[in-house]
Design a protein around this ligand. Structure first.
Ligand code: TXA
Ligand code: MG
Length: 421
């Protein structure tokens, strides 16, 4: 190898794979959904490193990421070994055939795999016996979640490491999931050694978690693949929701995906979610916004500190900046700066009745009317408003649907849940 380590673009990838193979320090890597914090799923010490870096409760199982189907099949046949001699053997004619009958991957998943892999879908599989996976991966479950990420960088890393990677999202526990390498550094700097930078994640919300081992099949966590897409697959026409993100909604009280019961996706700021169709606050009105901003600002008054209110809009409701609050105050948009996140944060002030006194600082983000764009920018917007010092973030929900909107609303309801109870 003639080129020096510094100018070889593949060096970070090689270093990451080397760390994964030889140490128990987890490595952060990009996927198309969110950044993951990965470790060799077959070694307990390595998997424990994930839980301690994140500060994550260890009863919450991790998703196992594979580079290809043959890696998954070897896992299911308990014939997986992370020793290089074994794992790098080319498939022999006696290795499992891909015919329906001998395939260790249950047939119910075949149409899903064909249609959505590699991609933002996690499937639950029976834990093989003996299990090649470290027990810490599955916590107390008798199944494990597996996914083949669409990100070529992620799949290259897994292939080079030569082992399946257990990986949760690479945020500190309870924080919004990271969709850029910088988000990972903001949360985990000093706790991990390497973040592989693949730019901003294309999807922006986590994978859909499905259980096809039960009847009818279930969605345990909404994500990048919508229910309406799942329903088009043979055997999945009757797929049901097994998660609940609204009080009073039908569904199981105890979520089937253990991770769904924890506080999640929360910025430091309080999140106030507006959603139409009951459940939360409906569309914001001028007085409403004013009243909420005022309530929040009064809380800060004692310290003599002006409060900052953030707005995340999704394309339907009026701009916070530029609105006139008939005699109550006025919002002036005066600053503007674009980051690498695909949205602009506009800054303004809310003026008091005299028209001169600043009552609050306002930060305004418009994620646009396309729900995929909202999913893409959502976690970054929450983090950005946090970073800019928002005390409260008002979020305009999207209409619930059987597409990625379900994932967006699920994450938002969780982020806002401390005030929705
Ligand atoms: O998009 C994603 O899925 C990202 C990227 C990094 O791949 N990963 C991710 O992992 O979101 P994590 O650990 O943050 O969320 C995994 C979810 C949790 O809700 C967990 O409870 C559920 O999947 N899960 C994992 N294994 C399970 C199992 N055997 N049974 C039920 N739920 C499971
Ligand atoms: Mg997570």
């Amino acid at each position: 190898n003639a080129s020096s380590a510094d100018d070889d673009p593949l060096e970070p990838l090689r270093e990451a794979a080397h760390l994964l193979r030889t140490t128990s320090t987890p490595v952060a890597f990009p996927t198309e959904t969110v950044y993951g914090l990965g470790a060799d799923a077959t070694r307990s010490a390595a998997v424990k490193g994930i839980y301690s870096a994140k500060g994550r409760p260890s009863d919450n199982p991790l998703i196992v990421h594979v580079s290809d189907l043959s890696m998954l099949r070897r896992l299911l046949l308990s014939s997986f070994s992370s020793s290089p001699e074994k794992s790098q053997q080319p498939p022999s004619p006696s290795s499992p055939s891909e015919e329906e009958d001998d395939d260790p991957i249950p047939a119910i998943y075949h149409p899903l795999i064909t249609r959505f892999w590699p991609g933002p879908l996690t499937i639950l599989l029976p834990l093989p016996a003996p299990s090649p996976l470290a027990p810490e991966v599955t916590a107390t479950q008798r199944t494990f979640g597996a996914r083949m990420p669409a990100s070529a960088l992620a799949r290259s890393l897994i292939a080079l490491a030569g082992c399946p990677l257990a990986a949760p999202s690479a945020n500190a526990s309870t924080r919004p999931s990271p969709t850029t390498a910088q988000h990972v550094k903001d949360d985990l700097d000093g706790r991990i050694e390497l973040v592989l930078d693949g730019g901003a994640c294309a999807v922006g919300v986590e994978s859909t978690v499905v259980d096809g081992l039960c009847s009818p099949p279930m969605v345990l966590r909404p994500g990048g693949v919508g229910m309406e897409e799942l329903r088009t697959c043979p055997g999945w026409e009757g797929v049901v929701k097994a998660y609940r993100d609204r009080a009073g909604e039908d569904g199981e009280a105890a979520p089937r995906a253990p991770g769904m019961k924890y506080k999640h996706y929360s910025p430091r700021a309080r999140v106030v979610l507006y959603e139409s169709g009951g459940g939360g606050r409906d569309k914001w009105g001028e007085g409403d916004v004013w009243g909420l901003v005022q309530t929040e600002t009064e809380m800060g008054e004692e310290e003599g500190k002006k409060r900052t209110a953030g707005f995340i809009r999704t394309g339907r409701w009026p701009v916070a900046g530029g609105l006139r609050y008939s005699g109550l105050g006025e919002v002036i948009v005066d600053g503007e700066g674009e980051g690498d996140k695909g949205f602009v944060v506009k800054e303004g002030q809310l003026l008091g009745e005299n028209g001169t006194e600043t009552v609050a600082r306002l930060l305004d983000v418009d994620l646009g009317g396309d729900v995929r764009g909202v999913a893409h920018g959502l976690f970054a917007a929450l983090r950005e408003l946090d970073r800019l010092g928002a005390d409260v973030i008002f979020v305009e929900g999207v209409s619930d649907g059987d597409d990625i909107a379900a994932a967006v609303m699920n994450r938002l309801r969780k982020a806002a849940s401390d005030i929705r109870a």
